[in-house]
Design a protein around this ligand. Structure first.
Ligand code: PMP
Length: 704
């Protein structure tokens, strides 16, 4: 095989059957709406359509007698007269005596239900059905919830949370009566807001409605049905209306007929789950361009479909432990309910408004909170759209400041080698001149001044001589330097290099003496990642200007900020001047609201302990890599773990290896590195480290 990557590509294209492709979740608009009868009717109709399908009740409450089958007995009766096939009988996975919500009924019996536990049980049960069923087509399951969508399993998690991790299509069952329209709408909206698909609505008719109900009631019932039919048709959701019947063989047959419109839609989904992966990858290749890639020979991409906690779910169902926090951003993990709630609430109020001449609470509150968290002395927040833009803003601030105070000759920036500050023109000009993009853009980039990379390691005693080059460059060029810009303590994308904080103290002194401003780019290091809230704290230095971004919104939306001292702001604005920057989406309320929620969460959730635990786990987990062939260095700081190799690694090959191991790690250059979400459980952190260790032991980093 010419292309060694193909080994892994082929594996990643293998079609898979996952629970999400094989399950349908049935929930009600409330309790006692007829869900069990609807589920049983659907079971019968699907079997009649030739599908291997079984119904399962994950949690049943109100079961007096331990031998009783609860709802599972009803499922069994609905298909009693049909050939049994090889499928094991319908089952209840957890049952409790108290006829109440699962959280309460379980607690009464000393049990704590969790979404993760229920999901495991459902998956295990489905696998046992698959094993028993030997037909060609895989076996499907109908999962009947307990009550409505927000019925809790414990203090934090409810039925919708379980539905969201299962990611299966949903059937909503409603009782036709007064209030049905409202209840159905609320349920459909809640399902959609979780990114789930409603595959059908089943409307249960009250007993003998056509004979006994008065005229007004009959009118309401008829209107409900036609109203729903029209609205659901617009949304592409089939409706089935089920009469009340005597539950004998003939009755089940009538129900199976009545539920058919929904059963057909479900059968279509179960027979051919959409093969999103291959189609999307093909379409992607035609129209998209990914970061730092060629359109002619693009690096392979994987289709990400859903995310939760510290996991990414690919379109083929594979679930990966995330080791990247989506490039430093998703510190709280994915889909955090508090961040999503802030997003939805702000979207309902005002998604965006221009920032010129208008302000809003999310921006004001975010700026206040940010200033409380940042090193003392920073006073003004300028919201920016992304990290690179925040760096452009910082450079412009420094230039305008120097002009404002009459230092018009100060037009250049001094920066250490090995830095990375973004991909826009100004930011590129201060990236490392060799590994950055200077060679490509040299003709148009402003020519900046470069000094030696801070060479004193973080974990070794400080060497004062490491400041010599900075001292010399400032002595030679200090008069033309507007500012020194650098990433404090950790140089990120330029090499994941950790250097001694004392360097920053010395550099701050040199800048003061030279009349140059000091800019800290904390876009990667901010919000706890290195073990302090901002890396500047380790040096006890307040810069004149600080950029933050990435984790600011917890990985939900793009937002960054450039923050400066009052002195810098005054220098720019004195004499009636203004700062010349103002992007269209500046201070976007959605992004500010999410950032505010993210900062609150950070403070409440004890990020410090979590990052310390990450640091310990990374140290322990990556230590075995030291000294292995092709490994130059292993280093860990806070929630960042780095294995530096001696040669550039084969990115596509390693990436595919990691995906096969169930982890998401994207190496670059000579770096295989981890920076997992702060919420990563210890066992997942161990999995990430083991995957890195395995890759290196097997020499994947050396295979070309
Ligand atoms: N500065 C640093 C230190 C960064 O790590 C990055 C992003 N990797 C940027 C700036 C640019 O941020 P963005 O990608 O949001 O433009």
């Amino acid at each position: 095989m010419n292309d060694p990557d193909m080994r892994f590509h082929d594996l990643s294209r293998r079609p898979r059957r996952t629970l999400a492709d094989a399950a349908v979740f049935i929930s009600g608009t409330g309790t006692d709406v007829g869900k069990t009868v609807a589920t049983s009717a659907l079971l019968r109709a699907l079997r009649q359509a030739g599908l291997a399908v079984q119904a399962v009740k994950p949690v049943q409450t109100g079961v007096e007698d331990a031998a009783s089958q609860g709802d599972a007995a009803c499922y069994a009766r609905a298909v009693e007269d049909m050939p049994p096939g090889q499928l094991p009988p319908a089952a209840t996975l957890h049952s409790f005596r108290l006829p109440a919500s699962p959280h309460l009924a379980a607690a009464r019996e000393g049990v704590r239900l969790t979404v993760a536990g229920l999901r495991r049980d459902i998956e295990r049960h489905w696998r046992s059905l698959m094993a028993a069923h030997e037909g060609d087509a895989p076996c499907a399951v109908l999962l009947e919830g307990a009550g409505g969508l927000h019925v809790p399993f414990n203090e934090q998690e409810d039925t919708l949370d379980l539905m969201a991790v299962l990611a299966a299509p949903v059937i909503i069952v409603a009782y036709n009566g007064l209030g049905a329209l409202n209840q159905v709408r609320l349920s459909l909206d809640a399902v959609r807001d979780r990114g789930l698909v409603t595959a059908g609505l089943v409307l249960m008719q009250p007993p003998d409605a056509s004979h006994t109900a008065d005229e007004a009631t009959q009118a309401i019932l008829a209107d409900n049905e036609s109203w729903l039919r029209a609205r659901l048709e617009d949304e592409g959701i089939p409706l089935a209306v089920l009469p009340t019947v005597t539950l004998n063989e003939a009755g089940w047959e009538r129900l199976a007929q009545a539920v058919r419109p929904v059963a057909q839609a479900v059968a279509a989904l179960l027979r051919t789950p959409p093969n999103v992966t291959q189609a999307l990858v093909r379409r992607d290749k035609k129209v998209l361009w990914h970061p730092y890639t060629s359109t002619i020979e693009p690096l392979p991409v994987f289709v990400a479909q859903r995310s939760h906690h510290n996991r990414l779910v690919l379109a083929d169902g594979r679930e990966l432990v995330d080791g990247m926090s989506s490039w430093w951003a998703a510190v709280h993990g994915y889909n955090h309910p508090r961040l999503l709630a802030a997003l939805r609430a702000q979207a309902g109020r005002m998604p965006h408004v221009m920032f010129g001449g208008l302000t809003h609470a999310p921006a004001v509150e975010l700026a206040e909170r940010l200033l409380d968290m940042l090193p003392q002395g920073l006073a003004r927040v300028f919201p920016a759209d992304s990290g690179s833009v925040a760096v452009e803003v910082a450079l412009k601030m420094a230039l305008q400041y120097q002009q404002g105070i009459g230092q018009t000759q100060r037009t250049r920036f001094l920066t250490p080698r090995g830095g990375y500050h973004g991909d826009t023109t100004g930011a590129m000009s201060v990236c490392d001149p060799v590994t950055g993009m200077h060679s490509l853009f040299a003709r148009m980039l402003p020519q900046q001044l470069f000094m030696e990379r801070p060479r004193c390691r973080f974990d070794q005693p400080f060497d004062p001589a490491s400041l010599d080059d900075a001292r010399q460059k400032l002595a030679e060029h200090g008069h033309e330097v507007a500012a020194v810009i650098l990433e404090p303590v950790v140089q990120g994308a330029g090499g994941m290099w950790f250097y001694h904080p004392d360097y920053l103290r010395g550099l701050a002194q040199l800048c003061r003496e030279a009349g140059a401003l000091l800019i800290f780019d904390e876009i990667a290091t901010g919000f706890g990642r290195t073990g302090t809230l901002f890396a500047a704290e380790r040096a006890g230095v307040t810069p004149d200007i600080l950029c933050c971004g990435k984790a600011l919104t917890g990985g939900v939306l793009t937002l960054a900020a450039t923050v400066c001292t009052e002195q810098v702001a005054d220098g720019i604005c004195r004499g009636g001047n203004v700062f010349m920057h103002g992007p269209t989406y500046m201070g976007n309320p959605l992004a500010c609201a999410v950032a505010l929620a993210s900062l609150r969460l950070l403070e409440e959730e004890d990020w410090r302990t979590r990052v310390q635990q990450l640091e310990q786990g990374l140290r322990q987990g990556l230590a075995p890599c030291a000294g292995l062939p092709g490994v130059a260095d292993v280093r860990v700081l806070g929630g960042i773990g780095v294995v530096e190799t001696t040669e550039a690694v084969p990115v596509a090959l390693l990436q595919a290896f990691f995906v096969e191991r169930g982890v998401w790690i994207r190496p670059f250059g000579r770096l295989i590195y981890l920076m997992p979400p702060y919420v990563t459980p210890p066992e997942d952190l161990a999995r990430l480290c083991e995957a890195v260790g395995d890759a290196i032991r097997q020499g994947v980093h050396l295979s070309y």
